[in-house]
Design a protein around this ligand. Sequence first.
Ligand code: ADP
Length: 189
Amino acid sequence: MLNFVIFGPPGAGKGTQSEKLIDKYQLIHISTGDLFRAHISNQTTLGQKVSALIADGQLVPDEITIAMLEEEVDKNPSAKGFIFDGFPRTVPQAIALDEFLESKGSSIAGVIALDVDQDELTKRIAERQKLTNRVDDQADKLQKRIEEYFSKTIHVLPYYEEQQKLSKVNGIGNIDDIFAELCAVIDKY
Ligand code: ADP
């Protein structure tokens, strides 16, 4: 299996680029944010448990998130590989993912971090809010998500840097140009 993590702050373009990558490389895209939103709209027990946290812009506890992610991977036993989007968001999640993949004789090949500055992120999410009406895209909740990113998620970068798996890509500019840069990274594997 060839597994990648697409990494970056809220609004960095992880979802947009993941869609293009799965098309080109026939990988399975797992977005924990999308999975949580599906649980919430289907009103599952898990959805009910996490909806207030997500609406408030806080991270869902690791235990819940890791269990959901592993279940999703196990639903795709014949996958050529996965693109993990929005996961891992904490170091314990990154460790759990390594252990889980190792138990399947697999690993993370590379982590691609989309680099986008805060002003651009705020601008993009304001635009997205008009289109999708995500409650967690409202200004105060967005602020909370950005804080969660800089207090917890950013520490995942050195974790992968130490393993020499991290590649940074400029996430500002034309979507297709950014995509070409991502492909150049993936094609090295
Ligand atoms: P973004 O657009 O901010 O990247 P996502 O769609 O990936 O957002 O996630 C939306 C929300 O779902 C997060 O703010 C968080 O509450 C929850 N969530 C998603 N992935 C994780 C994770 N790996 N760990 C904890 N919470 C998560």
